[in-house]
Design a protein around this ligand. Structure first.
Ligand code: FAD
Length: 411
């Protein structure tokens, strides 16, 4: 029995689902947003307590958003962001139904059937906004480890982390920040570092995102990059939300022990590679090239006299990083904290639009199945597609498509 019919069903009430709801409301499209938890659930329950956004407030512009934040250069806490998303949803009466879990989506003759734990629904269109960061990516050899383990999605603060030393795996933004926080709380911390990306919080007096915005990096589309797969899997920028720079050098100064990439594990013994110095050098070179691009842009725009002079960060010097087999118990390490990122997951999707890796095949959010859309993927259309600031543009595109489909059906 079909409980209700809608023109469009949106799955997920994070920023992507809410931006979609705003766009559909503006276009008069009858819709509902099903959210299995609470609105913005992942910001509430899958982020650590001290997290501040990496992106400044001026870079949080959702469709039709009226709130102008008092401090455009500040960085919201996760709780502030949840509050902002709640008031955004309230500002246009977003039809969000919380605590409704979507259990399957299948194609029918007229559109889609969406089975939930609150009944069966029908719609002409379905927008999947369940998040790029849906399921923790943890290497398979984790099963062979005989110590406490935790993914960064479950990390909250040092006090709720099992006592003793911690091996943090991964030097993206999450790994760097969590390693620093644990170390500042007095823990022994080893940080396993593979291919990573070094960044600076600001350069020549301006925030990193200002530069990335100005040089046109954030607005690059999938058609404008040479290797889109490489761009989609590039390591996240090594940043923290706030004033201070965070990189392997500053962490080492705070007492974090840097190790090579984690290759494998058995029992309490883990194996690190010998490439940490080389990986750090690559990250330094890439950062220097990025700063060169900033300088070239400033010169071309005639801004050299207005901007502060460029002072380059010193290359990271690692003093004999840990490598080879290491007995965690001997080093007093009782916990491995995986800061190894996330992957998408659509176990409920019964429409054949996934590739061999389980990713949705799409172009600007449109899939090969008419009326089935996705939002919020990494580099979905532009480099900023999965950021708070970018998802709205993709939502507008999908909204236009849905409105055009409706107009065509009526005609
Ligand atoms: C640690 C971290 C820090 C980040 N920092 C920034 C930052 O500073 N700036 C920035 O712009 N971006 C940042 N991002 C990236 C991005 O903004 C977030 O990942 C954001 O949560 C993505 O929003 P979303 O709406 O696409 O997905 P999500 O926030 O993941 O929302 C998806 C929603 O779908 C719901 N859902 C899932 N499955 C179902 C189902 N079957 N039925 C019903 N509901 C379902 C979930 O409960 C969830 O509420 C960060 C990401 C991470 C992981």
């Amino acid at each position: 029995v079909i409980v209700d019919r809608y023109d469009t069903i949106v799955i997920g009430a994070g920023q992507a689902g809410l931006a979609m709801s705003r766009v559909l409301s503006d276009r008069g499209v009858d819709h509902v947003v099903f959210e299995r938890g609470r609105l913005a659930e992942r910001w509430r329950s899958e982020r650590w307590d001290s997290l501040r956004l990496l992106t400044p407030n001026w870079m949080t512009r959702l469709p039709g958003q009226e709130t102008v934040r008092t401090d455009p250069d500040g960085f919201m806490t996760k709780d502030e962001l949840v509050g902002m998303l709640e008031s955004y949803a309230g500002s246009f009466g977003a039809p969000v139904r919380e605590n409704v879990n979507v259990e399957s989506v299948s194609r029918t003759r007229h559109g889609y059937e969406v089975l939930t734990d609150a009944g069966r629904f029908a719609a002409h269109n379905v927008v999947i906004a369940t998040g790029q960061c849906a399921t923790p990516s943890i290497p398979a050899f984790a099963d062979a480890l005989d110590v406490e383990q935790m993914h960064s999605a479950r990390y909250r603060n040092p006090a709720t982390t099992p006592p003793g030393g911690v091996l943090v795996v991964g030097a993206g933004a999450s790994g760097l920040q969590i390693a620093g926080e644990l170390r500042d709380a007095g823990r022994d911390v080893v940080l396993a570092v593979g291919r990573h990306s070094r960044a600076v919080r600001s350069y020549r007096g301006m925030d990193l995102w200002w530069w990335l915005d100005r040089i046109g990096s954030l607005s690059q589309t999938v058609d404008e990059v040479e290797d889109i797969e490489a761009a989609r899997s590039a390591p996240s920028l090594g940043l923290s939300g706030g004033d201070r720079d965070i990189d392997l050098g500053t962490l080492r100064d705070r007492g974090v022990v840097v190790a090579g990439r984690l290759l494998g594990a058995a029992g309490r013994v883990v194996d690190f590679d010998t490439n940490a110095v080389a990986d750090a050098a690559v990250a330094d070179t890439r950062l220097a090239r990025l700063l060169d691009r900033f300088d070239a842009w400033a010169a071309a725009e005639g801004l050299d006299s207005e901007l502060a002079p460029g002072s380059r960060p010193r290359p990271v010097v690692l003093d004999r990083p840990l490598s080879g087999p290491v007995d965690l118990a001997e080093r007093g390490i009782g916990t491995v904290l995986w800061a190894t990122g996330y992957g998408p997951s659509y176990p409920w999707l019964r429409v054949p639009v996934l590739d061999a890796r389980g990713e949705i095949v799409q172009r600007r959010g449109e899939t090969a199945s008419p009326g089935l859309y996705v939002l919020g993927l990494r580099f979905q259309w532009r480099r900023d597609s999965h950021f708070l600031d970018g998802v709205g543009r993709d939502a507008e595109h999908v909204g236009d498509h849905i409105a055009a489909r409706r107009a065509a059906a009526v005609a």
